[in-house]
Design a binder for this molecule. Structure first.
Ligand code: FRU
Length: 479
């Protein structure tokens, strides 16, 4: 017996030493135990440990939605990029998967995923550090998977090596299929530092032909266009991207970098994109960047990094930083894109914590909640969301004099005009350290991280009674 015990204790499963993927998963598992849970979001995708930025490879494959993300596991600040990975049957319940891409000679920057017959293909930017100016170079890489979990990098990488003008800024490929061809848009810039988006096509995802400059700043639209996306929505074409370097103009462009879209017309024979409506921001909150969309079952769904460059991420001291927004369905009405929470968000509602007329009752939420409210838009509406024991305070306000909705996070104000289409109702989602406000049918949306001490309390400060339904929302992502 003793001998048996000795053998079974003394000879554990042989560890595959030197397997970097397995070592990384073990590291993540161990590190998770050290995380302070106070700000961990409960129904938003967050990194298991470490740092997260852009959404990548948002796609549907073999019955599951796949979302990858820019990931640095070893610290809660940006570092050599990996691709983290989660999957979901329904866009709300997410399961953590093993890290899909690890950096080797290349850091694995942002990119997209497509399904080619039975294979899932990731297309991403490999960023190399080099020892001549400008000390980096960006080219496009592929990785393949037959199960949507294990990815092999293509041995012929990189597949696309140089922007036509030789710019080293050449990143964030977003691929789609149209007819027999794969198309890709890639973010880049001109020699005189104007942001632009390049369009290529390919028959096999490996050999690519440059087609045209799909869009370009005339000088006022920033020095670099990151994370481009291009798609048809309700019969029109949309160039969605994240320009860097827009100068603030009144209420507009108040974040470090912005995300927005140009509506236009496109022709697959001439490859010409003719803009019809000027650039508009797609979300008006403090923390929203680097969007990516995917179409499945006729619905165009958007996801964004619920974060921003060069701002504090107060959860970093807890061992993690960064999150994804909730998933939103897009619709074009007139000359603007509406963003609504995907309908599956309704399945997160648990108990109804308050219902009816809302005057001065304080609504309390243990971490999560959804508040649907209605008021008279001829009158001021004002709601205060704050930590029960201090921390951030966020005022949401409708001002009938200016026709603007504002979100004031502890003094930092973001605001925009709201022209309701039909519905005048508001949907406010709160999670442990975030809020997302959807006005009407998604004409105006604000995504803002906010950090309470303790649980949340929400007070109606309006000089009017509102009607309200409030729910607790269930957890739908791993702790
Ligand atoms: C956008 C971005 C991308 C890049 C990635 C690097 O936030 O700067 O352009 O691929 O992040 O993490």
């Amino acid at each position: 017996l003793l001998l048996f015990a000795f053998f079974s204790i003394g000879y554990p499963e042989p560890l595959k030493r030197g397997d970097p993927k397995q070592e990384l998963e073990e590291y993540i598992e161990n590190k998770k135990a050290e995380i302070n849970p106070r700000y961990r979001l409960q129904y938003h995708v967050i990194p298991p440990v470490g740092w997260m930025n852009d959404p990548n490879g948002f796609s549907y494959y073999k019955g599951q939605y796949h979302l990858f993300y820019q990931f640095y596991p070893y610290d809660s600040v940006w570092g050599p990029m990996h691709w983290g990975h989660v999957t979901s049957p329904n866009l709300v319940d997410w399961t953590q998967q093993p890290t899909a891409l690890l950096p080797e000679e290349e850091m694995c920057f942002s990119g997209s995923a497509v399904v080619d017959e039975d294979t899932m293909v990731l297309i991403y930017t490999g960023r190399l550090i080099i020892n001549v100016e400008p000390f980096y170079n960006e080219t496009q890489y592929l990785a393949f998977s037959d199960d949507g979990i294990n990815f092999e990098k293509y041995e012929g990488n990189p597949v696309l090596t140089r922007a036509p003008n030789g710019s080293p800024d050449f990143r964030d490929p977003k691929v789609w299929k149209h007819g027999d061809y794969w198309y890709v848009v890639i973010g880049s810039k001109t020699e005189d530092e104007r942001g632009r988006v390049l369009l290529y096509r390919s028959l096999d995802l490996i050999s690519w032909d440059f087609l045209t400059v799909l869009g370009e700043s005339s000088g006022t639209m920033g020095y670099m266009w990151e994370c481009p996306d291009f798609f048809e929505l309700n019969g029109r074409y949309v160039l969605l991207m994240s320009p860097q370097g827009l100068e603030p103009q009144g209420d507009r462009y108040k974040n470090t970098h912005q995300t927005g879209y140009i509506i236009g017309n496109f022709n697959y024979e001439t490859f010409e994109f003719v803009p019809e409506v000027d650039f508009q921001e797609i979300d008006f909150g403090h923390d929203f960047y680097a969007t990516q969309t995917s179409e499945h079952n006729g619905k165009r769904i958007l996801i964004a990094w619920f974060g921003m460059w060069e701002v504090p991420h107060p959860e970093d001291v807890d061992g993690w930083a960064g999150a994804m927004t909730i998933f939103r369905e897009l619709e074009m009405v007139g000359d603007r894109i509406l963003m609504k929470p995907v309908e599956q968000m309704l399945t997160l509602r648990e108990e109804n914590v308050f219902s009816g007329t809302w005057s001065n009752e304080v609504l309390e939420f243990q971490k999560t909640g959804e508040i649907v409210f209605n008021g008279d838009l001829d009158n001021v509406i004002e709601i205060l969301i704050e930590g029960k024991e201090g921390g951030d305070q966020v005022w949401i306000k409708w001002d009938p004099q200016t026709g603007k909705v504002s979100v004031n996070r502890s003094g930092e104000v973001r605001q925009v005009e709201w022209l309701p289409i039909d519905s005048r109702s508001w949907r406010l989602f709160i999670d442990s350290s975030s809020l997302e406000l959807f006005c009407g049918e998604g004409e105006v949306v604000f995504s803002t991280r906010a950090y309470p001490n303790g649980d949340w309390k929400v007070t109606n400060l309006s000089p009017q009674i509102l009607s309200v339904e409030a729910y607790k929302l269930r957890r739908s992502v791993p702790e």
